[in-house]
Ligand binder design. Structure first.
Ligand SMILES: [Zn+2]
Length: 109
């Protein structure tokens, strides 16, 4: 998870200091390296910056897919089975979204 230090952490969009948690939106690392908004996936944002961000809708959609994987872990697995299942699901999802991202960025050129 991104770390937030009041009065020290910077917004990844405007690069200004975020003064308070009331104006904060933060995300864990959830995108694979190489994906277009990858460098934003482990960061903090001002709410206002995030709400006006061009990547907002895509980013939230991807984040909800990542959370859906986390929430769909089958019950009754051992810790090792659980980790292996999660890794497999996450890698498959990463391949899928990297492929879609490549299609999107090449079609917009
Ligand atoms: Zn900002």
């Amino acid at each position: 998870m991104a770390h937030f230090f009041s009065g020290h952490s910077r917004c990844l969009i405007c690069e200004r200091i975020i003064e308070s948690t009331e104006d904060l939106r933060m995300f864990p690392a959830f995108l694979p390296r190489g994906h277009s908004p990858w460098s934003y996936s482990d960061g903090c944002f001002h709410l206002t910056c995030f709400d006006g961000w061009e990547w907002r809708a895509t980013f939230l959609q991807l984040y909800s897919e990542a959370q859906r994987i986390d929430a769909s872990i089958p019950k009754g697995l051992t810790l090792e089975e659980n980790e292996a299942w999660h890794l497999r699901q996450t890698l498959e999802w990463h391949q899928k979204i990297l492929h879609e991202d490549k299609l999107r960025s090449s079609s917009s050129r």
